[in-house]
Design a protein around this ligand. Structure first.
Ligand SMILES: CC(C)(COP(=O)(O)OP(=O)(O)OC[C@H]1O[C@@H](n2cnc3c(N)ncnc32)[C@H](O)[C@@H]1OP(=O)(O)O)[C@@H](O)C(=O)NCCC(=O)NCCS
Length: 238
């Protein structure tokens, strides 16, 4: 009998619909610290404020569950280019990253360094012009090979893989997006200009979420699989 396949490690991609969070927003706002409330108040558009509050409350609930620290008492710090980290991580604290787009907030959690991006699917009529600016030559060719009607969504999918990697390494899009080259079909990170990347050093995982939206996670190492539970705003769990 052959050996069973090695167990795959799970990356959790939690997602929550912001309209579903609306009735719970006052309670969710209570979980945020003064800095987050200040940032929330700076949104001119109410939908943006609600999405911010929901996303940060979701992150706090998920981290509280894993660290045993109450959500209101978690404190954050930022890496050199702004990647949020726990200021005082416990041994059980996971790596995390957050993203929001359209009506969705997402939080990715795992035991290794990771980044997440989500893009609400929307009409994207100038995908080729966008690709010429932000995509590497291989990626532009891939996009041109897609049926014209699907190019907008294909461009958004490819974008999420690139941004997820840049968020994983914490640089954000301060590094040129075109310097990160991805094969969105496998999906796999092909190369990063000026940075040696060994095969298998990073795993890219994609998901389609209700919204509809596309999301991607980039995580260090191999052997990962993605699970995408919906966040329950009432209980703070799936
Ligand atoms: C981080 C960045 C990619 C976010 O892009 P976006 O599409 O607007 O937003 P997303 O929804 O994907 O992600 C936002 C979340 O990513 C996280 N984040 C912020 N900076 C990050 C970084 N450098 N790396 C990883 N994650 C980061 C935060 O949790 C943020 O949520 P918040 O704004 O609600 O606090 C973008 O803001 C960026 O590139 N910043 C570059 C940083 C930079 O240039 N700094 C210059 C000074 S050194």
């Amino acid at each position: 009998m052959s050996d069973p396949a090695p167990a795959q490690l799970a990356v959790e991609l939690w997602w929550g619909s912001v309209p579903a969070a609306q009735p719970h927003l006052p309670a969710l706002l209570d979980l945020l610290d003064a800095d987050e409330r200040c940032r929330a108040d700076r949104f001119r558009v109410e939908a943006g404020r609600q999405r911010f509050v929901a996303a940060h409350a979701m992150l706090r609930c998920l981290l509280a569950e894993r660290t045993g620290i109450p959500p209101q008492r978690l404190t954050f710090t930022a890496g050199p280019r702004g990647k949020p980290e726990l200021a005082d991580p416990t041994a059980s604290a996971p790596h995390f990253n957050l993203a929001h787009s359209g009506d969705l907030a997402v939080v990715a959690l795992a035991s290794r360094e990771l980044g997440v991006d989500v893009e609400a699917l929307r009409p994207f009529p100038r995908a080729e012009r966008f690709a010429a600016r932000f995509f590497a030559p291989f990626e532009q060719q891939w996009l041109e090979a897609a049926p014209e009607a699907e190019r907008g969504h294909a461009a958004l999918k490819l974008w999420t893989f690139k941004e997820a990697y840049l968020k994983a390494v914490g640089s954000g899009i301060a590094i040129a997006l075109a310097s990160v080259e991805v094969d969105p079909e496998r999906p796999a990170l092909l190369r990063v200009a000026g940075v040696p990347v060994a095969a298998g050093e990073w795993t890219l995982l994609g998901a389609r979420l209700p919204g509809p939206a596309v999301a991607a996670v980039a995580i260090r190492g191999g052997g990962w699989r993605l699970v995408a539970p919906e966040f329950d705003w009432r209980t703070g769990r799936s």
